[in-house]
Ligand binder design. Structure first.
Ligand code: FEO
Length: 173
């Protein structure tokens, strides 16, 4: 049984994860239009990961006997001045999401909802990785400056990223 306050907070985070997916899908389309296939691939994989995050919340709310209430997903931006600017926004966004997850943990703990707290710990760990992976690319872009050759090399590297679908139910059990 989910306490209403926690149910609402989990639904809000489901929406935030869907927005994250929208944001990265928009970045993927932006890079695709600019013929940066590797950057487009990295963002497409990121969008899939965010959708998986959203489904984890969907799954958890439902399994706890709560009610999923889908809310409107805000439209993301669709242009960025440079790959570096897009990754600056990615890192900033992930830091914001980390804050949202931390708030959720605080709510779960204040309501003595230990099951939600345990569920959320996966996201606490995941956010360390999310910030790190965005920052790694940002550092590469910062180091490279405006050099076209460097951008090409990073694009080739980002083309290697793949999405491994997890068992949504399995990871929340
Ligand atoms: Fe769902 Fe990028 O955190």
């Amino acid at each position: 049984m989910l306490i209403k306050k926690v149910e609402k907070a989990l639904n809000d985070q489901l929406n935030a994860e869907l927005y994250s997916s929208y944001l990265y899908l928009s970045m993927s389309a932006h890079f695709k239009a600019g013929n940066l296939e590797g950057f487009a691939n990295w963002m497409f994989v990121q969008a899939q990961e965010e959708l998986m995050h959203a489904m984890k919340f969907y799954d958890f709310i439902t399994r706890r006997g709560g009610r999923v209430i889908l809310q409107p997903v805000d439209a993301p931006p669709n242009e960025w001045a440079s790959p570096k600017e897009a990754f600056e926004e990615t890192l900033k966004h992930e830091r914001k999401v980390t804050g949202l997850i931390n708030n959720l943990v605080e709510i779960a703990l204040s309501e003595h909802d230990h099951a939600s707290n345990i569920f959320l710990q996966w996201f606490v760990t995941e956010q360390v990785e999310e910030e790190e992976s965005a920052n790694t690319v940002l550092q590469q872009l910062t180091f490279m400056g405006e050099a076209k050759g460097g951008l090409f090399m990073i694009d080739r590297e980002l083309a290697q990223r793949t999405f491994t679908p997890p068992g949504v139910g399995a990871q929340t059990e």
